[in-house]
Design a protein around this ligand. Structure first.
Ligand code: 0X9
Ligand code: ZN
Length: 423
């Protein structure tokens, strides 16, 4: 028995170090934030960390470094400055990743929520990840087991493994709604009139890898078959996938690898298939970091034909958030910023379903230290400031649904309720 245990430990150790060798080869590099560098970087599809004080920081793979060297772009390797403990903002008190959720901890807490509030919350397994973890949605509504003709909205978290705070905000939103339903009339009104879907962890395999092996892991855990791992789940959606090769990479080693085709990843298929069964009216996908509210398009610098309403809703959310803790999240068109992205969630939900869709990049902003490492003590303040924006969006869906239902009645053709056949 003891021998078997020793062998098992040895095998785990070997597997662990092989994995670590694959992924711990990334370096954080610093470049001057000048016109020339920005132009050169555009075509390279790199994993940009932040712009700060005249510098650009990038998580670079060995291939990225080769590409930079080939272009004679000068950079400094500064990985040593970035490890969390040196930043002084990151403390882990308990559990494998402290107050942040691991996959099993989230599973436990979601089940507990549904057990405690069976009339309001249902946990639904909407698909499996590559490593066979469940992708959970928690559905919150009055008569939650019934499919009613009511408004509907979706909140997503953690497409990117290292963005731990992006699990917490949607999870706490679900918790807040059910816990305050019976005492807060406004919460009751929202929950009574809207079918609220929350998928706090789109990338469970990546999150576990980030917790146990390599904190900076971003992608899912796809074995690309060529010695590289991972597809960037926020480049794998099917709208303008790979567009112009600007904003995602065909290189499997890249941090923004878009996969071999659109919707190749089971995690993203689960979201696509859920959308096919529901009529969501708005979407928020939480990410981190940089403290900004982004809306489509991301694949192009062009303005969409719904720019006004997208900005209005985004700006309203921003104004509701700022007074809570004084943190300002500007509402911006994604493609107008520093870099383009294609195959992301919000371009797809907006491009295919025409619904207001937002990437909320949670704090810190790029002026503060900390990047993906939010202090545990900041989880609740970050949730608190995001709450009024989320509630506003739920209300927007309710108002929009009511006016659409009213118009449909006027036209004399009301929609039949649909049946759900989820896994
Ligand atoms: O690059 C992404 O997928 C998102 N940023 S993150 O740092 N969380 O990885 C941003 C997606 C939004 N689109 C654009 N900025 N164009
Ligand atoms: Zn992200």
């Amino acid at each position: 028995m003891k021998n078997i245990l020793t062998i098992l430990i040895f095998v785990c150790f070997i597997l662990g170090s092989v994995h670590a060798q694959h992924f711990a080869d990334r370096e954080i590099i610093r470049l001057d934030n000048n016109q020339e560098n920005r132009k050169e970087l555009l075509g390279l599809n790199l994993d940009l960390l932040m712009e700060k004080e005249g510098n650009i920081y990038i998580v670079a793979s060995p291939n990225d470094l080769i590409a930079l060297n080939a272009k004679n772009i000068l950079y400094d390797i500064e990985s040593h400055k970035f490890y969390p403990r040196e930043l002084g903002v990151f403390t882990i008190q308990s559990g494998v990743n402290g107050d942040f959720h691991s996959y099993p901890e989230l599973e436990r807490d979601l089940m507990a929520l549904a057990d405690t509030y069976p009339d309001l919350a249902q946990v639904i397994d909407i698909g499996d990840s590559l490593e066979q973890r469940n992708i959970y949605a928690v559905r919150i509504s009055d008569n939650v087991g019934l499919q009613e003709n009511e408004a509907s909205v979706i909140f997503l978290g953690c497409h990117h493994a290292r963005e731990w705070i992006s699990v917490e905000v949607p999870f706490l939103l679900g918790k807040y709604l059910v816990e305050n339903y019976s005492t807060d009339e406004e919460v009751k009104r929202l929950v009574d009139n809207c079918d609220i879907w929350i998928v706090p962890l789109v990338n469970p395999d990546g999150l576990e890898y980030s917790i146990h092996f390599y904190r900076y892991w971003r992608k899912n855990m796809r074995d690309n078959g060529d010695g590289t791992y991972g597809v960037d789940l926020n480049r794998n959606y099917g709208y303008k996938w790979g567009w112009n090769n600007l904003g995602s990479s065909p290189d499997s080693a890249s941090e923004v690898y878009r996969g071999p085709g659109p919707f190749t990843e089971p995690e993203i298929q689960a979201i696509r298939d859920l959308f096919a069964q529901m009529h969501f009216q708005a979407l928020v996908s939480y990410h981190s970091y940089s403290q900004v509210i982004l809306y489509p398009w991301g694949y192009t610098e062009e303005v969409s034909d719904k720019e006004d309403i997208l900005f209005q809703i985004g700006d309203r959310m921003s104004r509701l958030m700022e007074p809570v803790n004084g943190r300002y999240y500007p509402a911006e068109r994604a493609g107008a910023g520093f870099y383009l992205t294609n195959g992301d969630t919000t371009d797809w939900s907006f491009g295919v379903y025409g619904i207001p869709s937002y990437t909320i990049e949670l704090p810190p902003d790029s002026r503060l230290k900390g990047e993906f490492f939010n202090a545990e003590s900041d989880i609740h303040p970050i949730f608190d400031e995001n709450l009024p924006a989320a509630l506003y969006l739920v209300d927007w869906c309710i108002q929009t649904h009511a006016s659409q239902a009213h118009n449909a009645t006027l036209r004399g053709r009301q929609k039949q309720p649909r049946l759900l056949h989820l896994k």
